[in-house]
Ligand binder design. Structure first.
Ligand code: GLC
Length: 445
């Protein structure tokens, strides 16, 4: 199903937190659901290709480009109506310091992120990679070097998986909008875009991810997305691709929201740390480290990944707040990583103070609102055999009744940002989901 989508569907695709950009992109998105008229390219090798990614759980998104020089969000060219000729001048001011990606990769690793995805070209059209097709690229402008190459090297040096974000939509290319109504423009533009994708998949060694973005103004037929994916898999047989060239690809990409797909379909929530993807000097709407940990836990609970963004400054420095947040997340993950990595979908979810993840019969209770010495969970159907604090601490006593299990002997003050109680259960943990339990015994007044 192609064509225009309602504002409601657009919001669902964008996610509720994307309000800041929704006004601009309303109507830009194609329906990203299964499209049976297209071949499922890569379907036969999907499970093997996706294995590392499912284990990884947590990745770093990096939005970096000429918009970083302006420092007013990556959509500023369009949102402020900046003339193309004026905007192009930024390419003369974008002169990053030597290899900032080393710092990104080090921080990503410390934060427990296992992979990185950097914008190789955002909607503005400026390429951070070397390309034969335009001089509007970092090596041929003031930066005078291939920023995609040094980013990949930095990620590899830290043992991280890495890939490229690539925006199909292009505000700079003369055919970027014309392609929708003029067939010869479409031919030229699709060749240009496919050419970039080919260069990215040919000139940088092994890539782990290709993360397409915004397919406006064409549909997958117009983009020749099936041919695009076939080329990508020919050049990079082990790569994984997302669903934003209009085809389902290997995984879905809920944005600024956490929305699980049906079991069997992979998904990754991408999110900003404040409200902007690109550097936005005045945006101080930072998430707390606790919120980030909660989001990561929710993604893991529902079988998805979390791709969390940094928007480096024009010289490549990571905004101080992002360093602070990710450092705190890293401290948490160092002690509590077991509750994230290797976890499977978890049915248990009912609590006003805690989140849950699961591995086999082990239930991890992530207590974000610490209540004091006793933590209670309702409706758990399994017997809890034993419990302990994941990061260490006093022994935990389990008191279990019909509807309630209580974990007692806990410290009065929260021992850490989001302490995790590990409960060993008999069987795979399952919770009753009755909002109000009709059948429970009631006493008269
Ligand atoms: C949206 C925005 C874009 C951002 C992307 C990240 O498509 O247009 O600025 O790069 O989401 O998912």
């Amino acid at each position: 199903m192609q064509g225009k989508i309602s504002r409601r569907n657009c919001l669902a695709i964008m996610g509720t937190g994307a309000a800041a950009t929704t006004a601009n992109v309303s109507g830009l998105f194609q329906n990203q659901q299964q499209q049976p008229q297209f071949e499922d390219v890569g379907g036969d090798t999907r499970a093997a290709r996706m294995k590392w990614w499912h284990e990884a759980k947590f990745g770093m998104f990096i939005h970096w480009g000429l918009y970083s020089v302006l420092g007013r969000h990556e959509w500023s060219m369009e949102n402020e109506g900046i003339p193309v000729k004026e905007y192009e001048q930024l390419a003369q001011q974008f002169k990053p310091k030597p290899v900032p990606a080393k710092d990104w990769a080090r921080l990503a690793k410390f934060a427990g992120m296992k992979y990185m995805v950097m914008t190789s070209k955002h909607h503005e059209g400026f390429c951070l990679f070397d390309t034969k097709s335009t001089s509007y690229c970092a090596p041929k402008q003031a930066a005078a070097r291939d920023l995609a190459k040094e980013y990949l090297q930095a990620a590899r040096d830290e043992g991280l998986r890495a890939g490229f974000y690539y925006s199909l939509m292009d505000w700079h290319h003369p055919d970027g909008a014309l392609c929708a109504t003029d067939e010869s423009a479409r031919r030229r533009f699709v060749d240009y875009i496919h050419g970039h994708v080919r260069e990215l998949c040919t000139n940088y060694g092994k890539l782990d991810i290709l993360w397409y973005d915004v397919s406006w103004p064409l549909d997958p037929k117009g983009w020749e997305s099936e041919r695009m994916n076939k080329m990508v898999f020919e050049l990079q047989p082990e790569i994984i691709v997302n669903n934003r060239n209009g085809l389902p690809g290997d995984f879905s990409t809920p944005e600024q929201t956490i929305r699980a797909e049906q079991a069997g379909r992979a998904w990754e929530s991408c999110m900003t740390m404040n409200e902007s993807w690109g550097y936005n000097i005045g945006d101080d709407a930072w998430k707390s480290p606790k919120q980030v940990i909660r989001n990561l836990g929710t993604c893991a609970r529902d079988g998805g990944n979390y791709l969390l963004n940094i928007g480096p400054e024009p010289d490549g420095s990571i905004p101080e707040e992002s360093v602070r947040i990710l450092s705190a997340v890293g401290e948490w993950i160092t002690k509590n990583g077991e509750a994230i990595y290797g976890t499977e979908r978890c049915q248990v979810r009912r609590s006003n103070i805690a989140n849950f993840t699961r591995k086999g019969n082990t239930l991890y209770i992530h207590v974000h609102f610490w209540p004091g010495e006793t933590v209670a969970i309702g409706g758990l159907k399994n017997k809890v055999k034993s419990a302990r604090l994941l990061a260490g601490g006093p022994p935990v006593t389990v008191v279990q009744e019909d509807l309630r299990v209580q974990f007692k002997g806990l410290p009065k003050q929260a021992p850490g940002l989001v302490p995790v109680i590990v409960a060993e259960c008999e069987g795979e943990p399952v919770q009753d989901m009755m909002v109000v339990r009709k059948g429970r015994k009631r006493e008269g007044v």
